[in-house]
Design a binder for this molecule. Structure first.
Ligand SMILES: Nc1ncnc2c1ncn2[C@@H]1O[C@H](COP(=O)(O)OP(=O)(O)O)[C@@H](O)[C@H]1O
Ligand SMILES: [Mg+2]
Length: 1014
């Protein structure tokens, strides 16, 4: 939005045409009627009290003004607060916000708006919020105890307040310090008609519950208290009850303990009750007037409330101890004096309580040492006051306002014009009223009114308000801003409005007539020591702490500084403080005297505009330059706007500034180059510069962001890539591992199956089909074992002839058994053979041969077997007679026996016997002959007892000699060829069959021979 577009009147009076007092007021009026209560004069804010709630303070507005610079939006107190806060935060400049104006013009409201705006924009966080809360909540507490309804303002601050809000380098609030100036304590005991005492008393009576009231020994009815104006107990639109609750919660938020809150309320109650202590005339015995208390109950209750001996309190109220270095004199007080003492006590208690409260709040909101802070001071001091009857309080209040006006003049009008001169800027001086002369009149160290007052207070001898006035009259008779009856008379002026006990000062804001009554007293501000001592004796910790001088040990005879001197010094400190900061002005204007909305009194506003010097302000502003700054800091701020000065500039500051502004092609009218500073005429140009700077900053920020983001994205990308590689390698690895595991598992499974299958196969082999075999084998083996062992133990005798052999236990051993039997037999035979001598062997061979020849062929063979072959049956060898039978034949004799020869002729049997040997012969028959000679005589037939032996030996001998087997025929019927013919021989088995072998021959015919075997 541009400055003029859609605005009501002009928003900045600098643009006003024509520039006159009237047009200025009309412009304000026009705007006021359209509810535009704020107007600028450059960067000074003029605020006209709307006396109504306007919808321009909500969060939306806060947000709006926070984002725009001063001239971009409609004039608003938020714009000013924002400018101050941003300058504090961004340029590191301590700020002060000076709010001036008459009582009821809206200063306190303005200060609260500034604070709430700053609180809303200055950072967030739990810690910060609690600091903000504490700072904001100090307002309701101080207002309850320091504000009161006056005729001009229902919520008039009856004290001056300067609050320093402290911030850290980021612009976050850390805490603060409150300084209070001179509470109007006379209000505690007396109020003008239509005014009220301090709010707290009404809030307490309306808001405290019955229990609390009882504890404080109070009654709800405000009419029952002498210190409360009976005709004005309520204020329109003010809810004392609700405000009391607000007060209590605010105190809690700030950090007051419940005990502290209770004690504060007790002291407030004490003040109220003190007002009800009624004093009456009494006389001492010697007729000297004295005073006493009408009803002891009030004092009694006070005593109980604060732990004070009521008798002591009564004595302190009604008498006074004069103490000199040598002696102590107690004098009684008359009723007026006693009332004065009581009221002085009440005022003192209350004002000290108020100071205590401020200190207590400061304790809570103070900032720890060591932190570097930036400070924003907000000054809300009582406005200029012109009452019907102006007293000491109005005097100091107006003095203070005079001083503030001086600050304004110094910093805006005077200083500005002087600066142009200093800087060599062409300048036509703008006339304005410099109130330095009035300030001097009041505060001059030797010849000022305050100095005179102090002098009167300290001067020995008779001192009164009138001697003080006389002194003033004498000293300032020629002063242009001082008047009194005496000076008027001297100039032969007649002014019935001027009382005899009055003097008048022409303040910057108008003439004010002060009544000197009680000036001395109020300046002395002395409390009788009896009273402070009595208070100190109270058991109530808070009350006691308010009167440290009551401690007899601390008692000093030195006078405390006077109220005026104190005030002056605190104002001086304040001024010093304000001069050290960057000022921001809010000029509050009261539109009417009746606190009425929408009503704009042209005259009233004219007066204010005049004394506030608004017109001069506009003139200086218009002729001058809206903005100035040293080249160095200007260059520092704006050098980024030019390529030649950014990022590095090596030339001089002024040169650099010229470069920057030259490149921006500013019109030369807009600029003035001073010796050390650059001056910029219109705020628009500054705004333009700021806008350019903002854009450039954005560009730079974008550049930084771009680079940073690029870097971040790159690093992020690299990180992601790395991570991706790690992840994918892990993933792949994992997949492969999984795959491998799967394969392994499968292989194992297959293996297991195969092995299982093999095992099962084996198992089947070994178990299912083999078990029976194994078992049967085992059983079989054990049976075999058993059988063999049994056999071993039960072997038959080794005799060959013993054919016994145990039968097999089982049938299937039969074969084996037979074999074993056979083996055993063979073994027995072998054994038998082995032990045979060769002779026996020979015998047996012969037997064997016999067996081969006859076994099975000859019936008598079996009987022959056991009979051994003797060969030489006749003893041929040993008998030499028989040797001739041998026929000279060499070698052994095969056989020699007696045989029966069948006669070849008749076939008679004749025994041929040789001399038998003596020994018995089992076979008496023996045949000897030469077989080779058969033929010529025919064959021969021999009967031999040992035919088998005989034949065997013949066969053997033949075999040995000729290798020919002799044919042997065994028959039962054969024929023999004899010389005469052949003979048939028949062998017949005898009937006996006894086996004796006895033969009997019987010739049957010629050709048959029957042989019967017995
Ligand atoms: N900006 C405002 N909006 C609405 N009412 C206001 C505003 N400023 C002042 N007032 C009204 O004017 C009264 C007096 O204002 P206050 O700030 O107490 O005056 P001062 O401190 O200058 O004596 C307030 O109680 C309030 O009703
Ligand atoms: Mg106020």
């Amino acid at each position: 939005m541009t400055l003029l577009e859609g605005s009501v009147g002009v928003e900045d009076l600098v643009l006003l045409e024509p520039l006159e007092q009237e047009s200025l007021i009309r412009n304000l009026q026009l705007r006021y009627e359209k509810k535009e209560i704020y107007t600028y004069i450059g960067n000074v804010l003029v605020s006209v009290n709307p006396y109504q709630q306007l919808p321009i303070y909500d969060l939306e507005f806060v947000a709006k003004y926070r984002d725009y610079t001063f001239y971009e939006l409609k004039p608003h107190i938020y714009a000013l607060a924002n400018m101050a806060y941003q300058s504090l935060r961004d340029r590191d400049r301590d700020q002060c916000i000076l709010i001036t104006g008459e009582s009821g013009a809206g200063k306190t409201e303005a200060s609260k708006l500034v604070m709430s705006y700053v609180a809303a924009v200055c950072g967030k966080g739990e810690q910060v919020n609690s600091v903000k809360e504490q700072l904001l909540q100090s307002n309701p507490v101080l207002e309850a105890f320091g504000n009161a309804k006056t005729i001009r303002n229902n919520n008039s601050s009856r004290f001056g307040k300067y609050m320093d809000i402290e911030f850290d380098f980021k612009g976050f609030p850390l805490g603060g310090v409150i300084t209070n100036y001179l509470l109007e304590k006379s209000r505690v005991v007396k109020q003008l008609e239509g005014e009220r005492n301090f709010h707290i008393f009404y809030q307490l009576l309306a808001g405290a519950d019955a229990q609390l009231l009882k504890a404080l020994k109070l009654e709800r009815d405000t009419g029952g208290y002498a210190y409360l104006n009976p005709d004005t107990s309520r204020v329109d639109g003010m809810d004392d009850d609700a405000n009391f609750k607000v007060l209590q919660s605010a105190m809690t938020v700030i950090g007051f303990s419940d005990e502290e809150i209770r004690q504060v309320l007790e002291v407030a109650a004490l003040v109220l009750k003190l007002g009800n202590v009624e004093l009456i005339n009494e006389f001492q015995a010697n007729g000297v007037p004295a005073s006493g208390i009408r009803d002891g109950r009030g004092v009694q209750e006070i005593g109980e409330l604060v732990g004070l001996n009521s008798v002591e309190l009564e004595r302190a109220l009604c008498s006074r101890t004069m103490e000199t270095a040598k002696e102590k004199v107690v004098t009684t007080l008359n009723v007026i004096q006693a009332q004065y003492a009581r009221d002085a006590l009440a005022k003192n208690i209350y004002s000290r309580l108020f100071n205590w409260l401020v200190n207590r709040i400061n304790e809570s909101i103070k900032v720890g040492t060591g932190e570097k802070r930036k400070v924003m001071g907000v000054l809300d001091i009582y406005g200029f006051e012109i009452l019907e009857d102006n007293s000491f309080e109005q005097f100091v209040i107006n003095y203070c306002n005079e001083k503030l006006q001086q600050v304004f003049i110094e910093m805006t009008l005077k200083e500005e014009q002087e600066e142009y001169k200093r800087e060599g800027i062409p300048w036509v001086k703008v006339e304005y009223f410099d109130n330095g002369i009035i300030c001097n009149l009041i505060e001059h160290n030797q010849r000022g009114i305050l100095a005179m007052l102090d002098e009167e207070c300290l001067r020995p001898g008779v001192v009164s308000d009138s001697t003080f006035l006389a002194k003033l009259n004498q000293l300032f008779s020629k002063h242009s801003h001082y008047e009194s009856k005496v000076t008027q008379n001297a100039q032969r002026q007649y002014d019935h409005s001027m009382g005899l006990s009055c003097f008048r000062i022409c303040h910057y804001a108008g003439k004010v007539t002060y009544n000197v009554n009680s000036f001395i007293d109020k300046n002395n501000d002395l409390l009788f020591r009896d009273l402070s001592q009595a208070m100190w004796k109270a058991r109530h910790p808070l009350l006691r702490s308010l009167f440290p001088e009551g401690d007899p040990k601390q008692a000093s005879l030195k006078r405390p500084p006077t109220a005026g001197a104190q005030f002056k010094s605190s104002v001086t400190t304040l001024m010093k403080n304000l001069y050290s900061k960057n000022p921001n002005y809010i000029r509050c204007i009261k539109p009417n005297e009746h606190q009425q909305r929408g009503h704009f009194s042209f005259e009233l506003v004219s007066v204010q505009a005049q004394y506030l010097g608004l017109l001069e302000n506009v003139r200086v502003r218009r002729a001058g330059y809206a903005y100035r700054q040293a080249y160095g800091s200007f260059l520092e701020r704006y050098r980024l706007l030019s390529r030649s000065t950014w990022p590095r500039w090596n030339g001089g500051d002024q040169e650099g500034v010229e470069k920057v502004l030259g490149e921006l092609s500013m019109s030369s009218e807009e600029l003035a180059f001073g010796k050390t500073k650059i001056f910029i005429r219109s705020p628009k140009t500054l705004f333009y510069l700021e806008e350019q700077r903002r854009l450039r900053l954005q560009q730079l920020a974008t550049l930084i962001q771009k680079t940073y983001r690029g870097w971040r994205c790159r690093t992020h990308y690299q990180l992601m890539r790395k991570s991706q590689i790690v992840i994918s390698s892990w993933f792949r690895g994992n997949m492969q591992k999984k795959h491998y595991r799967k394969m392994k598992a499968s292989a194992l499974l297959i293996q297991a199956f195969v092995r299982g299958w093999k095992a099962r196969k084996n198992y089947r082999k070994y178990f299912r089909s083999g078990a029976a075999l194994i078992l049967s084998n085992f059983i079989y083996k054990s049976m075999v074992q058993k059988f063999l062992l049994g056999l071993k133990n039960d072997l038959p005798s080794p005799s060959i002839l013993d054919k016994k052999w145990p039968s097999a236990p089982y049938k299937y051993f039969n074969t084996a058994n037979h074999e074993l039997q056979r083996l055993f037999h063979q073994w027995k035979c072998k054994k038998f053979r082995d032990q045979l001598s060769p002779k026996q062997v020979e015998v047996l061979r012969e037997k064997l041969c016999a067996s081969e020849l006859f076994k099975g062929k000859k019936a008598s063979y079996p009987q022959s077997v056991p009979i051994p072959f003797h060969g030489d049956y006749i003893g041929l060898q040993r008998n030499p007679k028989l040797q001739k039978l041998k026929g000279g034949e060499e070698g052994p004799i095969l056989m020699a026996e007696t045989v029966v020869k069948v006669n070849r002729g008749n076939a008679k049997v004749k025994a041929h016997t040789w001399t038998p040997t003596p020994q018995p012969d089992p076979e008496p028959w023996l045949v000897a002959g030469r077989i080779s000679s058969v033929g010529s005589k025919g064959e021969f037939l021999l009967v031999s007892e040992h035919v088998i032996e005989l034949l065997t030996k013949i066969c053997r001998a033949t075999l040995d000699a000729t290798q020919m087997q002799l044919p042997v025929t065994v028959t039962e019927e054969f024929s023999v060829k004899f010389k005469e013919g052949s003979l048939t021989v028949k062998v017949i088995q005898g009937p006996g069959g006894g086996g004796t072998g006895k033969l009997s021959f019987k010739k049957k015919g010629s050709r048959c021979l029957e042989v019967t075997v017995q």
